[in-house]
Design a protein around this ligand. Sequence first.
Ligand code: NDP
Ligand code: ZN
Length: 350
Amino acid sequence: MYTAIGYAAKSATTPLAPMSFERRSPRADDVAIEIMYCGVCHSDIHQARNEWGIAVYPLMPGHEIVGKVTAVGANVTAHKIGDLVGVGCMVDSCRTCDACHADLEQYCLEGPTMTYATPDRVDGSNTMGGYSDSIVVSEHFVVKIPAKLDLASAAPILCAGITTYSPLKHYGVKPGDKVGILGMGGLGHMGIKFAKAMGAEVTLFTRSASKAEEGMRQGADHVIVSTNAEQMRDAAGYFDFLLDTIPVQHDLNPYLDVLRFDGVHILVGLIEPVDPPVNAAKLVLGRKVLAGSLIGGIAETQEVLDFCAEHGITCDIEMLDIREINEAYTRMIAGDVKYRFVIDMATLKA
Ligand code: NDP
Ligand code: ZN
């Protein structure tokens, strides 16, 4: 064991504050990483504030981690000291079930071990995330950062990137498809870039008319202001896919109306019961699909990093001093970040 430092919440109602804690020494298959950058995901806020009802305190968020390998266990073959590597939302899974065998560790039948607020499979300790100076992770859950990528702006690919890339790929988005991206925050702005890179015609749905120009700059071909009933009506029956990153309850029915028959509405932002309820007629009468998707497997996380390097895709980031993390949460909730905060971990020791 060794002493690590980071920022954690002690309860759902307390701000994040500095904390020392024990990290394990590397086991035989572990990689120890000095964290350089960590993105700030809206899930971090949901969890720190127990909005999903599954938080374990102290809760140290952070699952968009980039850093340098400082030590490896005796059996590690995939990474070596000095490598630039990433860790996303998972740090372990059962590795033997059908999902794990299919490289879909996020759907592990026993449940994956998440990067924070989950019991470690070996010693039962509460996992602590990337708002920290270091982390120790089994090599299978560590990916390589391609040399072409800027390290800080690569960090959000580990969650915002894979979460938007994976469903677009799974549902086979292809050139000419009409894809709508709902909400332009960390996930949404990456969704625009991936859908565009896959050849789709991309439309941003945003609450904020002021984001229209920005949306086009990110690569959207069109922008619909979702609060404008006329614009929504004009889009009836147009879209093949909607990727919904909105992090709060919202009415799905107007969105199901803009899907064409066989269209798919993919939820990634919401994991609560839908309220108000969906009118099933909107699904039945057009053979429409309401779907969900959780991050992506480890092999696909490596794939999306390589895809970003190949296609020159980067995340638009705002560098953050970790001492300002609580203000950053307030700004994210207000939609005031373009489009992902990334913590510069050097500020932890400033
Ligand atoms: P952000 O806060 O960066 O962006 C969310 C965007 O949604 C905002 O920019 C805004 O876009 C829109 N939005 C925010 N509040 C509202 C509101 N009250 N009503 C309508 N639209 C709103 O969040 P992230 O992109 O980091 O995360 C999005 C969601 O995805 C979160 O719930 C997060 O937990 C979840 N998530 C899910 C994952 C999965 O595997 N399924 C993985 C990672 C995150 P605009 O201003 O353009 O309308
Ligand atoms: Zn995330």
